[in-house]
Design a protein around this ligand. Structure first.
Ligand SMILES: NC(=O)c1ccc[n+]([C@@H]2O[C@H](COP(=O)([O-])OP(=O)(O)OC[C@H]3O[C@@H](n4cnc5c(N)ncnc54)[C@H](O)[C@@H]3O)[C@@H](O)[C@H]2O)c1
Length: 336
């Protein structure tokens, strides 16, 4: 998103504690000036002078929340609320929060629009609900939060995540010639390409304030609601000779939600989501061929958020509050 916005002429500064800075699959697209900091320690002074905050930083998935709920609460929920209060204090007008369709958490395949009751089932989903609720209360004529509820993101990125559904299927398809769906394949998931997410956030950033002020949007398009088995088929068809099997496991992930994207379409009639899951699968296939992706690399801890955080904890790089330890801080200071 940052390189994309830079290319569109925005003056972008990143802020990230850098948990995954070493987890690069393909080169960065551009250099982005970045404040290397934990969002829990940001000050209002550092936010002064910005027109907008696009708040993406988070522990971004359910398994991390399941490992330790307190981390997800502290970073995703309390950290977001603190950041938004400081942004408001610093005179930042727009605050675009990267939220998630996962907060609907429904188990029936109903179609959920932005007014559907929220039924978060995991700490990660709850953290998004709590943050949205608190941000809503901060909205006034000086501060406009917007809640972008993304579907599950796919596509190539420098710090690749293989822990999201289509990326995972493609990694398996390419490196083993086989995809195993661990459920019966019926759950619905809205998916969206990372470049379309960047473009959608840009649309929100450039929209007249009154159209996005304190509004939630499901970010995606109806054609991007897929059942897991369809995503498996799309991935399998993109890799010659790939087999697709379904081996439902007890306790398999049966979260299902089919999002309604009418509000986004109504609000941004000029905008189109350019990527389909099939395009995304092709993009990944070509990229994996180019870099010669092997199974070991695909399964490497660097590309699964939870495994990498566990590694940072086990190696003493971060402490049990997920802050960099003194040792790590000294090493990076010496390197700098
Ligand atoms: N990837 C998806 O499928 C998806 C779907 C819906 C919503 N989202 C949301 O979009 C956002 C971005 O997701 P992503 O897939 O790029 O995740 P990611 O894990 O790739 O990136 C999150 C970034 O946040 C940083 N971060 C985490 N805790 C921090 C802290 N305390 N201080 C500073 N930086 C911190 C990490 O270092 C990381 O670079 C998240 O808020 C996520 O919840 C993602």
């Amino acid at each position: 998103m940052a390189p994309w916005l830079q290319r569109q002429g925005f003056d972008v500064v990143g802020l990230d504690t850098g948990y995954f800075s070493a987890c690069t699959l393909v080169p960065d697209l551009a250099e982005v000036p970045t404040i290397h900091q934990d969002l829990r320690e940001v000050t209002a002074k550092e936010l002064t002078g910005f027109d907008a905050v696009i708040h993406l930083a988070a522990l971004s998935n359910d398994p991390i929340g399941n490992l330790n709920e307190a981390w997800t609460r502290e970073i995703n929920s309390q950290g977001t609320i603190r950041l938004a209060k400081l942004a408001k204090q610093a005179g930042v007008t727009r605050f675009i929060f990267s939220s998630s369709c996962i907060m609907y958490g429904t188990s029936e395949a109903t179609v959920v629009d932005e007014n559907a009751p929220l039924a978060p089932r995991t700490e990660y989903a709850r953290s998004k609900v709590e943050a949205e609720t608190a941000l809503r209360a901060l909205a006034d004529d000086r501060f406009s939060p917007t809640f972008c509820r993304n579907g599950t993101v796919y596509g190539l990125s420098p710090r690749m995540r293989f822990d999201t559904v289509l990326n995972d299927f493609m990694g398996n398809a390419f490196t083993t010639g086989r995809i195993v769906i661990q459920s019966d394949g019926t759950p619905w998931r809205p998916v969206v390409h990372v470049q379309d997410v960047a473009r959608a956030f840009q649309a929100v950033l450039e929209a007249p304030l009154e159209t996005v002020h304190n509004q939630a949007f499901n970010v995606g398009a109806d054609k991007l609601n897929h059942q897991i088995r369809e995503l498996g088929q799309i991935a399998a068809q993109s890799v010659p000779g790939c087999e697709l099997a379904s081996v439902p496991q007890p306790g398999a992930d049966q979260r299902t939600y089919k999002a309604d994207f009418a509000k986004f379409k109504r609000t941004f009639p000029e905008f189109s989501f350019r990527w389909t899951a099939t395009d995304g699968a092709r993009e990944l296939y070509t990229a994996f061929q180019r870099i010669g992706l092997k199974h070991d690399a695909f399964r490497d801890k660097r590309f699964t958020r939870l495994s990498w955080l566990r590694h940072l904890l086990d190696s003493g790089s971060i402490d049990d509050s997920l802050r960099w330890t003194e040792i790590t801080a000294n090493v990076s200071r010496n390197r700098a």
